[in-house]
Design a protein around this ligand. Structure first.
Ligand code: PLP
Length: 283
């Protein structure tokens, strides 16, 4: 049984209980992060904590990330659960108060918890075969840059992908791709440029996306942060997604059409390796 973190305490997972009045439950009034662990060490920890602070500020949830000692909490969870490879989920909600659309009075303590999930990240069979994806309308709310727990639409789209026998969905506005259900979307153009959607309210500023852009630029690849269409992605040399748990994952098919030769792209796989190497070297 796992040891989880809840409101300042480490408890057995079945003892971690929150109020039925928690605003995270009633209003999705909560933000979260998912960090990956390789070799018992967290990847991109500083950037994830910075985004947590940004999400909390965007929701005006009063919670001092720096004072909470997340490095210590995460290290304790890793040790208590002997986590070598996997992810840690952490969530901060506005806390529990009698149900009311209006936010509770200042001083209501946030509900804070975190738990580990052991799983293989590097040896993911999907990296060998590549992902097949569908496109679907992006019907999420307009502040996708805040990492809230409102994940129902993403969850429904993943179910739709599963029912269709493919791996995931890329969300589109008109014919322009915003991002994956839980990843940022990227393509390599026939000229060898890496294209990914520019930041704004329409997508989550992915931590992996940010690291990868640095890695790509350092290796001499031109990076263009701009909108791109479904047709441009289908006609790209390569396509892939980035996320904390998938790292860099090739996409080989979009709406039934092969990308490139229909196999994981060489550039994509080189970027995946470079990302994992960097994560192992500088967690
Ligand atoms: N976009 C969405 C909608 C996500 O939910 C996620 C991660 O969960 C990402 C992008 C990738 O972000 P990161 O690289 O920080 O995991």
């Amino acid at each position: 049984m796992r040891t989880v973190y809840l409101n300042g305490q480490y408890v057995a997972e079945d003892a971690g209980q929150v109020s039925i009045f928690d605003r995270g439950l009633l209003f999705s009034d909560a933000v979260y992060e998912v960090v990956s662990v390789l070799g018992g060490r967290i990847i991109d920890e500083t950037a994830h904590m910075a985004r947590l602070e940004r999400s909390l500020a965007g929701m005006t949830i009063a919670y001092d990330v720096a004072a909470a000692d997340w490095p210590g909490i995460l290290a304790t969870l890793i040790e208590a659960n002997a986590l070598e490879e996997g992810t840690i989920y952490l969530q901060v909600s506005r806390g529990a108060a009698d149900r009311d659309f209006l936010f509770p009075a200042p001083g209501t303590p946030p509900t804070v918890f975190a738990f580990t999930q052991a799983r293989k990240l590097v040896d993911n069979p999907m990296a060998e075969r590549g992902m097949r994806i569908l496109t679907r309308p992006d019907r999420r709310w307009g502040r996708r840059d805040i990492k809230t727990v409102q994940l129902l639409y993403a969850s429904m789209m993943k179910m739709e992908a599963k029912a269709a026998g493919v791996d995931d969905v890329w969300l589109v506005e008109g014919d322009v791709i915003t991002e994956g259900t839980s990843q940022n979307a990227c393509i390599i153009t026939p000229q060898g440029h890496l294209v990914t959607r520019d930041l704004g309210h329409h997508i989550l500023p992915g931590v992996t996306r940010l690291s990868l852009i640095d890695i790509a630029r350092a290796s001499g690849i031109t990076v263009e942060e701009r909108p791109f269409t479904i047709a441009e992605a289908q006609g790209a040399a390569e396509a892939f997604v980035t996320s904390a748990s998938l790292f860099v994952m090739p996409v080989v098919e979009i709406d039934g059409l092969s990308v490139g030769d229909g196999r994981p792209g060489m550039e994509t796989m080189a970027l995946r390796k470079a990302y994992i190497d960097q994560a192992c070297a500088h967690p």
